[in-house]
Write a protein that binds this ligand. Structure first.
Ligand SMILES: C[S@@+](CC[C@H](N)C(=O)[O-])C[C@H]1O[C@@H](n2cnc3c(N)ncnc32)[C@H](O)[C@@H]1O
Length: 204
């Protein structure tokens, strides 16, 4: 059965690899670079897509768990970005059941262009799971897309306020809330914008 939120990705995987890999990870994450530790750390990338960000983190010396439920994304990503520092996992939001069963906690949990694939109930279900996966003082970093939904995809319009409130209930304190237009002209003209949110865990 297909994981909810992944609709459309398998069909377009080839084109998405071309698009996503052409956009440098450092540009995608410019607003949150100060939240990513310089020292080698444990990073969880949920909805890792083509593995672009996982490879970027691994090249900086971090160890990465890259979670991606769409086989048509994860399998070519593994071939494109082979690295002993990346572990690839077929798991999914909101439960992240395989990952949670391992009891690990990460320094940074990334959700780049993924959170808006969950409906309201799934977001409520997912937030405590995210909080359980980040160490005390570690960061949860989200990039949330706004604007027209591409044909065949499942996406929801999500307010920063709702996400901040869900996070607050899990002792995740907001440290960044910035909304920006898309830097890519074609996307900007199409009305796509982004919210960068980041939280630091105060949970012992
Ligand atoms: C817009 S892409 C972003 C990929 C990558 N994070 C990036 O920024 O290039 C969204 C990714 O989230 C994955 N995804 C969708 N629903 C998901 C879910 N319920 N749990 C985990 N990942 C999901 C999709 O398969 C897709 O690879």
């Amino acid at each position: 059965m297909r994981v909810s939120g992944t609709e459309g990705y398998a069909d377009e995987a080839e084109e998405l690899f071309r698009l996503y890999e052409a956009f440098p990870a450092a540009d995608a994450h410019r607003a949150v670079l100060h939240l990513i530790p310089a020292a080698p750390s444990r990073i969880l990338d949920i909805g890792s897509g083509t593995g672009r960000d996982a490879a970027w983190f691994a090249a900086q010396g971090h160890r990465v768990v890259a979670v991606e439920p769409t086989d048509a994304m994860r399998l070519p990503a593994m071939a494109l970005h082979p690295s002993p520092r990346i572990e690839w996992l077929d798991d999914s939001l909101p439960d992240l059941a395989l990952l949670r069963a391992r009891g690990e906690r990460f320094d940074v949990v990334m959700l780049t262009a993924v959170w808006m694939h969950l409906d309201a109930q799934q977001r409520r279900q997912a937030m405590p799971n995210l909080a359980a996966l980040v160490r005390t003082g570690g960061a949860v970093i989200m990039l949330i897309r706004h604007g027209p939904v591409p044909a065949g995809r499942r996406m929801f319009e999500i307010s920063a306020e709702e996400t901040i409130e869900l996070a607050r209930m899990e002792d995740l304190h907001p440290v960044l809330n910035v909304r920006t237009e898309s830097t890519q002209e074609q996307n900007r003209l199409a009305g796509i914008s982004w919210t960068n949110l980041a939280f630091v865990s105060a949970r012992a």
